[in-house]
Write a protein that binds this ligand. Sequence first.
Ligand code: EPU
Length: 419
Amino acid sequence: MEKLIITGKTPLKGEVTISGAKNAAVAILPATLLINGVCTIENLPNISDVKLYCNILETLGAKIEWKSEHEITIDTRNITSNKAPLETTRKFRASYYLIGSLLGRCKAAQVGIPGGCNLGNRPIDQHIKGFESLGAVVEVENGNINAKAKKLVGNSIYMDVVSVGATINVILASVLAEGITTIDNAAKEPHIVDLANFLNTMGADIRGAGTDVIKIRGVKELKGNATYSIVPDQIEAGTFMCAAIATKGDIVIKNCITKHLESITAKIEELGGNVDANGDHLRVWYTKRPTKVNIKTLPYPGFPTDLQPQMGVVLSTAQGTSIINESIWESRFQYTAELNKMGAHITAQGKTAIFEGVDSLLGAPVTATDLRAGAALIIAGIAAKGQTEVYNLSHIDRGYENIEEKFRKLGAKIQRVDE
Ligand code: EPU
């Protein structure tokens, strides 16, 4: 079993370059199934979820050639199956995008009920409602989702909740449908805009991505024959912003879209920290103890739930008592029990956690309960006095490229060992 050993109390200093966005990559890869041609994708993050997705696409008949560590060409002219490998798709959440893309391409899809991080109940009723509005019949049987349609016809779909996954899945299913699909109360996250830009580059007609009304005019075919570069990862950039403040460091974050980081920038400034945005660079620094702030997670452009645990580490040593209200996932405070093992004083109940700031965290053995919790525990280990061991690294490897290497370059004393 692998673990990270971190010797802490190191202020991070230097530069870090952000990789392509995980949550855009895991939407764009299945979107290639809608193309009857070849495309090139650049700036792919080198993470295990991307490798898993490429394997799935190959089992469906796609031909993938790795041009470099971050660039592939995909030939999707000969898709031979609409049945995704069930065991693999059950392993991660974003496999549900295969339903929308296979339905769009083949008018039929069979996918295992998606797994992924345990963040509480993760229903897909809005995805199913969207597919059904377009004319599909969807059945959930023996742990699998079966969807089929004689034809898909555009419709108006109102999302009862703002859902990233359902918005993306309806876009995927409607790109090749007849007529116009309108999604009202759509999610506005940067990776939704990135998916729409990718599909439009390949020949789709999608308008309004990034607002809460998206219109998709169905086209006959996506020809591909184009190159697309994935947007930088907003959450990875925010993770390093939190790391700079938690460790009392001073770092420059390169290759980020500062507009995507406004909510986290506002919170860092509110707690006393400094953020200087300059083109695609961001300098973040603070050598003092942060003051308390309250946070409520919200869909974009609100404060992202995927940065809540990393910010929780900052607040665990802030001056005073901070409150985080988690409005997206019911079980996203599992990391607080791990931080308490490191001397934090956090009381989490339901969707609220109260952080009574302590002077310093103390190293301890801790376990990553999910992807972002894992990133938070690494930050905590670098900020804490003494030695921290972080277990359950597979969660972290799903979504962060070379995480320990990036932290090591910033001065962290961190190594991966296989016990
Ligand atoms: N929801 C429903 N019904 C649905 C879909 C969602 O009630 O049919 C509810 C969920 O229970 C949740 C809320 O709507 O309370 C938002 O869920 P959403 O569908 O937006 O989440 P998701 O698509 O499953 C994506 C990211 C998550 C991120 C959330 C929120 C991917 C692959 N995953 O999940 O990322 O937390 O959006 O921003 O894009 C992560 O990267 O660590 C991660 C968990």
